[in-house]
Design a protein around this ligand. Structure first.
Ligand SMILES: Nc1ncnc2c1ncn2[C@@H]1O[C@H](COP(=O)(O)OP(=O)(O)O)[C@@H](O)[C@H]1O
Ligand SMILES: [Mg+2]
Length: 266
């Protein structure tokens, strides 16, 4: 079976040929199958966000290849990849345009990868669809379609960002510590919502988290990154039987990253 996304020994170096040269991704290979929900953990600076930036096209890789359904996308730009690959960031401010209303943001998201034109406004038929998907969040946002997103809480904005990132059913959903900036309770709620949306749309997902409990609880596969390579890759029974204690052991054995409490419990 062809992997949905295949990373073939990718390399990324920052500030090449300077004293600050930093070889961050060092021949990283990963096959993501359709339907996978992979949680990614690793110490600070391991290269997790760099990996996402390379997949999304925000960074160009130096060596190796990135195949989407067997076709190389390594020379395409973010915009060309955005119909297939969508993303939610750690910062709730990144996911929505704060001076646009909820419905305007959703109308833009609906046109992901297509030509943008908001001159036509939001159609009534679309407004109904937006309302329905917001109602599922159970946050009352379905009655606030004309409110600018700057007036929403961090959790509401991340929930909206998730709905927007998934409404066009991307082939791959990238989540980069998207609950890390939220209170623990809200973070858990947004994770539950994440799982609900992933299941509803049958999405393939790659989720970076520093919350070990979330890394264990969610997804069918867990990978650990260290110094730009994957050092642990667990699925099936091996992943299902993980505990936080076991994962910390694995982390200590396979990385020289330092764990702090926030990395363990979020
Ligand atoms: N755009 C960039 N320019 C220069 N260095 C970068 C850039 N992005 C990341 N880095 C460096 O690459 C390393 C890995 O960063 P990152 O991928 O953000 O780590 P992680 O997300 O695992 O914490 C760090 O040393 C970081 O400073
Ligand atoms: Mg990061």
């Amino acid at each position: 079976m062809t992997a949905l996304l295949s990373l073939k020994s990718i390399h990324k170096t920052f500030q090449k040929k300077t004293v600050n040269e930093n070889h961050v991704l060092k021949g990283l290979s990963l096959d993501i199958d359709k339907g996978d929900f992979i949680t990614v953990i690793g110490g600070n600076g391991a290269g997790k966000s760099t990996l996402m930036n390379c997949i999304a096209g925000n960074l160009v890789i130096d060596e190796g290849d990135i195949l989407l359904e067997g076709k190389s996308i390594k020379d395409t730009v973010v915009k060309q990849r955005s119909a297939a690959i969508s993303r939610v960031f750690q910062d709730p401010k990144m996911g929505t345009a704060e001076r646009l209303t909820i419905e305007e943001n959703m109308a833009i998201a609906q046109r992901r990868g297509k030509k943008l034109n908001l001159l036509w406004g939001v159609k009534d038929s679309d407004r109904l669809i937006f309302k329905e998907s917001l109602a599922e969040l159970d946050m009352g946002l379905e009655n606030r379609l004309d409110v600018d997103t700057q007036f929403l809480s961090g959790g509401q904005r991340q929930a909206l960002a998730l709905v927007m990132a998934t409404m066009t059913k991307p082939k791959l959903l990238l989540l980069d510590e998207h609950t890390a900036a939220l209170d623990p309770k809200i973070s858990n709620q947004v994770m539950e919502l994440t799982e609900k949306l992933v299941n509803k749309h049958h999405l393939t997902s790659l989720m970076i988290t520093h919350n070990m409990e979330h890394a264990i609880k969610y997804g069918n596969r867990l990978v650990m990154l260290d110094k730009g390579k994957i050092v642990v890759d667990l699925s099936g029974e091996e992943k299902d039987s993980l505990t936080v204690a076991k994962l910390i052991e694995l982390f200590k054995k396979n990385t020289d990253g330092n764990l702090n409490d926030s990395q363990i419990l979020g």
